[in-house]
Design a protein around this ligand. Structure first.
Ligand SMILES: NC(=O)c1ccc[n+]([C@@H]2O[C@H](COP(=O)([O-])OP(=O)(O)OC[C@H]3O[C@@H](n4cnc5c(N)ncnc54)[C@H](OP(=O)(O)O)[C@@H]3O)[C@@H](O)[C@H]2O)c1
Length: 273
């Protein structure tokens, strides 16, 4: 299967938060024009977002399938069977199907699709909407390196795009999908600490957000191990080592590892249901 990326038609079945995030990244990569994208959903309530970008919208999933080379399935997991039962007979081996539905395995998708369908399972996280997502994908039986390269290229503006075995998808959910909530909780707690010490709430929250953003950027862009960056700000007898000691007393590291483990186990459990 080979595609000329400049003529690629991209379809989305589902128009909610994640479809919007991926579509935004897709367009800002400049590789796909709005006129080459089409989106379907039963109601029009999310259509305005796409129409503002010049993207066509429809209530018909079959129209999306009939007009697209690449089809993103961006509906809630419990609707995947319904949607694929509706459109499966129209899908050809020349198309690529990308599912973002949490817990729906590649085996299940391949079972619902015609034989030899090229399937990829993608797990994004919400910061896709600000083009700072962490996305992990796995290839199905009939998806080759070519399809993987195409997906990487299309989604390069959504954030970090990595490929891994399907068994990593639930770990990615525990680390990154749910992980953003751990970071929000940490941000809230940091700001609360500052409020306790007398700083006004709105200022404390702005500074906490920027501190997390700055630390994340430095960590990613420097390529250094977090322990090294942490050591770099620990002056002997200084403020940071006193703060870190308090975090160690509270078991921050062990609790965070437990959180990733618990969320991963829960993702596995939901996937089995
Ligand atoms: N949000 C996240 O952080 C996140 C992260 C990773 C993976 N995901 C996955 O992304 C998928 C979508 O999540 P979301 O957060 O974007 O959900 P969402 O905001 O609720 O959007 C779901 C969309 O599906 C549409 N829909 C419902 N039934 C449909 C049908 N029969 N045919 C076509 N479209 C239909 C809805 O239409 P209406 O607009 O008419 O309601 C809506 O536009 C889920 O499978 C989820 O597991 C989400």
């Amino acid at each position: 299967m080979s595609f000329d990326i400049t003529n690629l038609k991209v379809g989305f079945i589902g128009a909610g938060k994640m479809a919007q995030g991926i579509a935004r990244g897709l367009l800002s990569s400049g590789k796909v024009q709005p006129s080459s994208v089409i989106v379907s959903s039963p109601s029009s309530k999310n259509h305005g977002f796409f129409l503002d970008f010049g993207i066509a919208t429809t209530h018909s999933n079959t129209t999306v399938v009939q007009s697209s080379h690449i089809i993103f399935l961006v509906v809630k997991p419990h609707l995947i069977s319904t949607v694929l039962n509706e459109v499966s007979s129209l899908i050809t081996s020349q198309q690529i199907i990308i599912s973002v539905a949490a817990g729906i395995t590649i085996a299940k998708l391949e079972e619902l699709l015609p034989p030899n369908s090229a399937v990829l399972r993608l797990m994004p996280n919400l910061p896709c909407v600000v083009q700072e997502g962490a996305l992990l994908f796995s290839r199905g039986t009939h998806a080759s390196e070519k399809e993987a390269d195409l997906l990487r290229s299309l989604l390069s503006s959504c954030g970090l795009v990595e490929e891994g075995p399907e068994s990593f998808i639930d770990i990615h959910t525990g680390l990154s999908g749910s992980g953003i909530a751990y970071v929000y909780m940490f941000a809230e707690a940091m700001a609360d600490g500052a409020i306790k010490m007398g700083m006004p709430s709105s200022l404390a929250h702005r500074i906490a957000a920027q501190t997390i953003l700055g630390a994340g950027k430095l960590l990613r862009d420097s390529g250094q191990h977090p322990a090294q960056l942490r050591a770099d700000v620990c002056t002997p007898g200084g403020t940071t080592i006193f703060g870190l000691h308090a975090l160690e007393r509270g078991g921050l590291r062990s609790t965070t590892m437990d959180a990733v483990e618990a969320a991963t186990e829960r993702a596995r459990e939901l996937g089995r249901k």
